[in-house]
Design a protein around this ligand. Structure first.
Ligand SMILES: Cc1cc2nc3c(=O)[nH]c(=O)nc-3n(C[C@H](O)[C@H](O)[C@H](O)COP(=O)(O)OP(=O)(O)OC[C@H]3O[C@@H](n4cnc5c(N)ncnc54)[C@H](O)[C@@H]3O)c2cc1C
Length: 384
């Protein structure tokens, strides 16, 4: 397949709209939220009004009728300025709403998607547990059928968007039985916020993504209707693999944005900052860093758009999504390190966006499949 990397007029319009929003609305305010570890409700509300939470969903569910390419464009432009708001959107769409859209019943879609598409309600996806992140098959949380209800017990950790004032549900994975060989049957079940026995912990103190919401969850005899099962019982493992494959494209777009934001900030600074009587950008050592940073951001963009394009056209995209996620997250870390270096001591000060980008970059090599897991996936796709 040949990839036409140019954006359609509609996608270019979306890109410019989100770019302006990130520049005019997010940039002036986000530092304050980040510093105080506060969730930026007013910015998220505005993102909802713009339709960003509904980008890849059909209009019949309140969405914008776009696709994963549109979502990636929005995530890249947001992350160019700030990753907390970008991950809030990414997790709400890719992890919160997508499982319901892909696997939910018509009733579940009608109940949840319209409010999720407007950003009025955020959804979360609870897969990771204290004893198992990469090894997601090691899920220990259980859901036992008791008449018309599931009774859920267990805990989840590091769950994005799970404890905001506007969080409406968490879709959790739980063991609902055993196969003949003793391996677990994993299913996905919707747990609405506020269900008795469902406790949301205090926000973690994190290295980065400080204006995003991440919590530990515990479930003690939590009862939800049997109708809250998402998809087929026992298919939860296959379902979340699909969700994570798609999510990797979104994370790759976000990482590309962070990498490009590092270029933007560093080019500006290299022109302004003087040392030894001339702008530091006159030094070839700085120019070469900037050229390499731009090369990495550009290549990363091609990689995520290629994976998204395959997904949108119904072609296999698993390997390309893993390649994009692996490459973009690692180059985001590289670009953030170089951007901080170019800023010298000011790069270590939180008031400079590159300091935030440096702190926000590391998690990209960990969340939604670590770099090691991406390499395992790629090797498997190569038949090794
Ligand atoms: C801020 C934040 C937000 C998050 N949001 C969510 C969310 O919304 N929902 C959710 O479900 N999870 C979420 N996570 C969890 C995240 O997806 C996991 O942290 C990640 O998948 C890694 O799992 P782990 O932390 O258990 O690490 P582990 O799986 O314990 O891995 C530890 C190290 O061992 C390596 N390793 C493990 N197995 C292998 C292997 N077979 N070969 C080689 N190396 C291996 C890993 O690559 C890693 O380097 C979030 C995490 C963070 C920090």
């Amino acid at each position: 397949m040949s990839l036409d990397h140019r954006l359609s007029p509609e996608l270019d319009e979306l890109r410019r709209t989100v770019e302006a929003f990130a520049h005019d609305v997010v940039a002036p305010k986000i530092g304050e939220f980040y510093e105080h570890h506060e969730f930026p409700y007013e910015i998220v509300r505005e993102m909802g009004r713009m339709g960003l939470f509904g980008l890849p969903f059909p209009e019949e569910y309140g969405g914008m009728g776009g696709d994963y390419l549109a979502l990636g464009i929005a995530l890249e432009e947001l992350a160019r300025v700030d990753s907390s708001v970008a991950i809030t959107l990414e997790a709400a769409v890719s992890l919160g709403a997508m499982p319901i859209y892909h696997f939910g019943t018509e009733e579940q879609k009608r109940e949840w998607l319209p409010r999720m598409c407007t950003g009025e309600v955020l959804g979360a996806f609870g897969l990771t547990e204290p004893d198992g992140g990469s090894d997601a098959g090691a899920t220990r949380t259980t859901a036992v059928r008791d008449g018309d209800t599931w009774v859920i017990n267990g805990s989840k950790c590091f769950i994005t968007n799970s404890g905001t004032d506007i969080t409406g549900l968490v879709t959790v994975t739980a063991v609902t039985g055993r196969k003949d060989d003793g391996s677990p049957l994993i299913s996905s079940i919707i747990v609405p916020s506020g269900t008795p026995g469902f406790t949301v912990g205090a926000p973690y103190s994190k290295v980065g993504w400080n204006a995003s919401d991440t919590r530990e969850l515990s479930f003690s005899d939590v009862r939800v209707p049997v109708g809250n099962l998402v998809g087929t019982e026992g298919r939860g493992y296959a379902q979340f693999l699909r969700i994570l494959d798609e999510g990797r494209i979104a994370i790759a777009a976000l990482a590309t944005g962070l990498a490009q934001g590092c270029v933007d900030e560093s080019v500006r600074y290299a022109k302004e900052r003087h040392a030894f009587g001339r702008p530091i950008g006159h030094n070839q050592a700085i120019q070469f860093k900037l050229a390499d940073m731009e090369m990495r951001a550009h290549t990363s963009r091609l990689a995520w758009r290629d994976a998204a394009s395959r997904l949108v056209h119904g072609e296999p995209f698993k390997k390309e999504a893993a390649l994009a996620k692996l490459y973009s997250s690692e180059i985001a870390v590289d670009n953030a390190r170089e951007a901080t270096q170019i800023h010298g001591g000011y790069g270590f000060m939180n008031e400079y966006p590159v300091a935030r980008m440096w702190r926000d970059s590391k998690i990209l090599e960990i969340g939604e499949g670590t770099s090691e897991v991406q390499r395992l996936l790629i090797a498997r796709e190569l038949g090794v």
